[in-house]
Design a protein around this ligand. Structure first.
Ligand code: PMP
Length: 357
């Protein structure tokens, strides 16, 4: 008995689930988590906040998560308010809700690969036709190339990812304005790694005021070190928030999640203090690998994409991935021939990775 013996949807037959390996090895640099565990003052604050909810667990949580959305709007700035912000269990969930509301059966979504592997999977799960447009061979994306592919396919929803996973580089802001000017449908800019961007790389948040079809998706999984807490959110015109309420499950965010996330946002100065340390390790990986003759993509994120063979020769990334794992270092094979992605973690983890490589 397996999946194919069940009356499963035809479009899901033979498909594989998202699955970065979760292996118990010493150095785990494969899912772009924040390597730093939460400091005691934050765990104390989260513990108190969660404790305060326990007696009322017989009641449903605030369905609209108003207090949390207000806190997140305050964190984002740019004049955004509660009505501009929506939250769910990870940015994967907010993106799924956006597809449910604005794409789905009979509609299409377009992304510029290589990019975040969940975008096409979320499209598939929501019955949305996926259009795999391409970035340039050097992983860049020019405004004209983006516009040309948009005009060719005319999607109902466009995913842009900036900084882009798995390449690490932020988009030229002109790409975003060009796409906004020419897209008929919704434009979702996935900014999961925005807090790690290099100096001078602007967020698309500043464009929301003038663009009602723009959605900027964020997460607490990376810079906030809150991946296990599952909290993602987006900022957009208030009408977009009204639209996702048509598809969200009632009470989708538990009162424990809302309380824990609020406590974490309140402690943001402490939590985000790891960002600078992580950027240092990211830049150290880029510089060191380039000194060793590797091709490395510029990174505005907490990870680095590199070609596994120094020089121009192409190497087999699967072999290098396995050999690193044999040495106790788990990184990510994103399925790009000749390339691997490594998360920037602590200085000791960077030492271990560089040494093993
Ligand atoms: N967007 C991008 C680009 C990501 O890399 C990730 C995490 N790998 C996510 C969204 C989803 O993160 P989460 O659901 O934990 O918020």
């Amino acid at each position: 008995m397996n999946i194919d013996d069940l009356p499963i949807r035809d479009d899901l037959r033979g498909k594989s689930p998202y699955g970065a390996p979760q292996l118990d090895v010493a150095v785990r640099l494969n899912t772009n988590e924040n390597s730093y565990s939460l400091p005691d003052e934050v765990t104390d604050a989260i513990g108190k906040a969660v404790q305060a909810e326990l007696r009322d667990l017989n009641r449903y949580p605030d369905r609209d998560a108003i207090a949390l959305r207000t806190d997140l709007a305050d964190y984002l700035g740019h004049g955004l308010t509660t009505a501009n912000v929506w939250a769910a269990n990870g940015s994967n969930e907010v993106q799924q809700q956006l597809l449910q509301a604005f794409a789905g059966p009979g509609r299409s979504a377009l992304g510029f690969g290589p990019s975040y592997s969940m975008h096409p999977l979320l499209a598939q799960g929501t019955g949305t036709r996926w259009i795999g447009a391409l970035r340039d061979p050097d992983f860049g994306l020019s405004p004209s190339a983006a516009r040309e592919q948009l005009e060719r396919h005319d999607p109902d929803l466009v995913f842009l990812c900036s900084p882009n996973n798995p390449t690490g580089t932020a988009l030229d802001p002109e790409v975003i304005t060009e796409v906004l000017a020419h897209a008929r449908g919704m434009v979702v800019v996935d900014e999961a790694y925005a807090e790690f961007a290099r100096e001078g790389t602007p967020s698309a948040l500043g464009l929301i005021a003038g663009h009602p079809r723009l959605v900027v998706s964020r997460t607490m999984s990376k810079a906030f070190g809150f991946a296990g807490g599952r909290l993602g959110y987006f900022a957009a015109h208030p009408a977009v928030v009204d639209a996702v309420q048509l598809v969200r499950l009632p009470y989708h965010l538990s009162s424990l999640t809302q309380a824990a996330a609020r406590a974490a946002v309140a402690q943001r100065d402490v939590l985000l203090a790891t960002v600078e340390a992580i950027k240092e390790q990211r830049d150290r990986i880029v510089v060191t690998l380039r000194e060793r003759g590797y091709r490395v993509a510029d990174s505005d994120a907490n990870f680095v994409l590199f070609a596994v063979s120094p020089g121009e020769a192409s190497g087999d990334q699967k072999v290098v991935w396995q050999r690193l794992l044999d040495r106790g270092v788990l990184i990510r094979d994103v399925g790009l021939p000749g390339w691997l992605r490594v998360t920037a973690g602590t200085p000791a983890e960077t030492d271990a990775f560089l040494e093993a490589l």
